[in-house]
Structures are given as structure tokens and as C-alpha cells.
Design a protein around this ligand. Structure first.
Ligand SMILES: NC(=O)c1ccc[n+]([C@@H]2O[C@H](COP(=O)([O-])OP(=O)(O)OC[C@H]3O[C@@H](n4cnc5c(N)ncnc54)[C@H](OP(=O)(O)O)[C@@H]3O)[C@@H](O)[C@H]2O)c1
Length: 317
């Protein structure tokens, strides 16, 4: 049984990503009416709406009354509370990563979406990027032909300098690459190999966190994550290997607006058909579970997480 497609979308947030990605993509979408933007600062919401479309809202209840679906581009410590309210009001959810910064908050959104039977999609850029999606399909076919992938290493290295649009972002400064890049890394590793069952973690310089994963069935992978690398060292690398050879993740090529458009299309489809999307709020919750486990591991005293090398001398080169 199909349901009516949501048409009236509102963007929650007035920051860089709310405006340039969610807002612009929804304003251009032929099957969507962009109703406007909600922000904690109503003047900012008016400004962004003036540039992109719709009107500004300062009252969240009034905003919810005006829409069928919300696109949330907020700091992830704030996203859960507003997503729960939106779901409870029967609004479909186009969420961004990470869903939350702790498991309890992530669970609350997943539960609210399930209780209200609303559709949800989380915008995991790599999974909606056309070239990455084609590469992942190819990797799946190779694994079916030759046998499952056995391992992968990855590195997601950002460099948020003073001129970056992400420079004002407090949560990125506080929670670093683990929570900013982590969802992207895991969303790709998880598509290559079965679900992650165990996590260990070490810290490096700046905000670097190195995660090591054991996947169901025995494969393993790793991710080095930072948002504060030297500007000359920024980049993404992922190589997967197994009986089908070794293969490198291609770089992102599409514009993020076009990529987001695919996520919006898939939310419309999921809302209409009533079928759960594979990258829905419960998937986003599972990503948070992995990241929170990494965080918990890092919170252990060093002696409980790192085997110290008993004797090691600095060898002159
Ligand atoms: N999928 C991707 O590739 C991708 C790329 C970039 C960003 N994102 C995600 O998009 C989201 C937004 O990112 P961002 O870069 O724009 O910056 P951000 O620092 O994550 O969020 C900024 C937005 O959150 C609002 N905000 C912060 N605290 C608030 C509070 N207590 N109440 C209400 N609003 C609050 C800010 O409002 P004010 O303007 O009033 O301060 C601003 O609108 C994040 O979840 C991020 O991870 C995803």
C-alpha cells in the first residue's frame, strides 16, 4: 500500500551545511516545496530563507505545522531532541550524520521514528555518491564471484583551518574526527564486510583516533580519523583486499547537492512505499553504537587498553 508523498520540506538549521547542501538541494528538487528554515535565531532563519527559498521560522511548533518532512542539519548534540519532536508530529526525517553523540539519544530518535511510523534516511555522503555506490556494487559482485573481502584499511583526514566553514563548529572541535569522519568510514567499511562486532582504539597526535574493527565472520578493518591534520596532509584513502584482489575507493566526484538530491529521492520513495530504507535511523543508530564503543574504549586507563612495549630503545638512523 502506498502513502502520499511528502511534498512540503523544511530545513532545521541555519548553518553552512543547512544552507548550501540541504537547502539548495531541496529548493532545486522538482517534487519538493521548500517551506523554509527553522533556526534558534529567527533572524538567521529569515536571512538563509531569503537567499535559498521559503521563509524563516523561529517557532519550532509553527514550523512543524507547515511541513510534511524535515531535513535536519544541526549540531549532533541538538539533532536528536528536535528529530524526536518532528517524528512524534508525524514528519518524515532526512537526517545528517552523526545521528547523535551518545547511544541513548540515538535510541530515542530510532524509537520515535518507529512509534510514529515515519520514513527516515540519514545523509551518509559516500553511500549516496553515484561513483562510490557503483564502486561498492562492483565490490559486492567481485566478492560474490571470488569470496568475501578479508580486510580493509582506511584513513579519513580532514584539516579544519580558520577559513573552513566548519571552523565555528564546537562539537567537531570537542569530539574530533572520530565523530565527524567516523560515520562515513564505517558506512563504507560496513558495506564491504559484515557488521562490526568488536572495536579497539588508540589516540594519535591532534585529534587523531585509530579504530580497529573485527567484523562478523572474521574479516577486519581499520580507520584513522582526524579533522585537524596539517592542510597539506588532508585526504581520504581506503583499500580493501581479499580473493578478488585489492581495490582503492575512488574519490568523491559528484557535487554534494546532486548527492543529497539522491538521498531526498530515496526518502520520498521510502515515505511513499512504506519500506524501510537501508540507511535509515536505525542504521544511523548502529553507527553511533560503534562510535560510542570506540569512545568508551578510549576512556579506559591506558594500561587497560594498550599493551606497553616492555623495552624499546631509540635506534639512531
Ligand atoms: N554528510 C556530510 O557529508 C556532511 C557534511 C557537512 C556537515 N554535515 C552534518 O551537518 C550537520 C550540520 O553541520 P554544520 O557544518 O552546518 O555545523 P554544525 O556545527 O554541526 O551545526 C551548526 C548548526 O547547528 C545549530 N545549533 C547549534 N547548537 C544549537 C542549539 N543548541 N539549538 C539549535 N540550533 C543549534 C547552529 O545554529 P546557529 O547558526 O544559531 O549557531 C547551526 O545552524 C552536522 O551534523 C554535520 O555532521 C554532514
Amino acid at each position: 500500500m502506498t502513502r502520499p508523498a511528502p511534498k512540503r520540506f523544511g530545513v532545521v538549521g541555519t548553518g553552512f551545511w543547512a544552507e548550501t547542501c540541504h537547502g539548495v538541494a531541496l529548493a532545486q528538487h522538482p517534487d519538493v516545496d521548500l517551506v523554509g528554515f527553522w533556526g534558534r535565531d529567527a533572524a538567521k532563519a529569515d536571512d538563509v530563507a531569503g537567499r535559498v527559498g521559503g521563509r524563516g521560522f523561529g517557532d519550532f511548533d509553527e514550523f512543524l505545522d507547515a511541513v510534511d518532512a524535515v531535513a535536519i542539519a544541526l549540531s549532533p548534540d541538538v539533532q536528536p531532541t528536535l528529530a524526536v519532536k518532528a517524528a512524534a508530529a508525524g514528519k518524515h526525517l532526512l537526517l545528517d550524520k552523526p545521528l547523535a553523540l551518545n547511544l541513548a539519544s540515538a535510541n530515542s530518535v530510532a524509537q520515535a521514528a518507529q512509534d510514529a511510523n515515519v520514513a527516515s534516511v540519514v545523509f551518509l555522503t559516500y553511500r549516496f555518491d553515484a561513483q562510490t555506490a557503483a564502486w561498492l556494487t562492483n565490490m559486492r559482485e567481485l566478492a560474490e564471484l571470488h569470496g568475501p573481502w578479508e580486510g580493509a584499511i582506511s584513513r579519513w583526514t580532514g584539516s579544519i583551518g580558520p577559513d573552513s566553514p566548519y571552523a565555528p563548529s564546537l562539537w567537531r572541535r570537542e569530539r574530533g574526527g572520530l565523530w565527524d569522519w567516523g560515520p562515513h568510514a564505517i558506512s563504507v567499511l560496513d558495506d564491504l564486510m559484515p557488521g562490526i562486532e568488536r572495536v579497539t582504539a588508540t589516540r594519535g597526535v591532534r585529534d587523531t583516533v585509530n579504530l580497529a574493527f573485527e567484523h562478523r565472520g572474521g574479516a577486519s578493518s581499520s580507520a584513522s580519523l582526524t579533522v585537524t591534520a596539517p592542510a597539506t596532509a588532508a585526504g581520504t584513502l581506503l583499500v580493501v583486499w581479499g580473493p578478488g584482489g585489492q581495490h582503492y575507493l575512488p574519490p568523491l566526484t559528484g557535487s554534494y547537492v546532486a548527492t543529497y538530491r539522491r538521498a531526498a529521492d530515496q526518502l520520498l520513495d521510502s515515505a511513499t512505499t512504506g519500506s524501510d530504507h537501508p540507511l535509515d535511523v536505525s542504521y544511523a543508530r548502529d553507527l553511533v553504537a560503534v562510535l560510542a564503543t570506540g569512545d568508551q574504549y578510549l576512556a579506559r586507563p591506558p594500561a587497560d587498553r594498550i599493551a606497553e612495549v616492555a623495552t624499546f630503545t631509540d635506534h639512531p638512523s
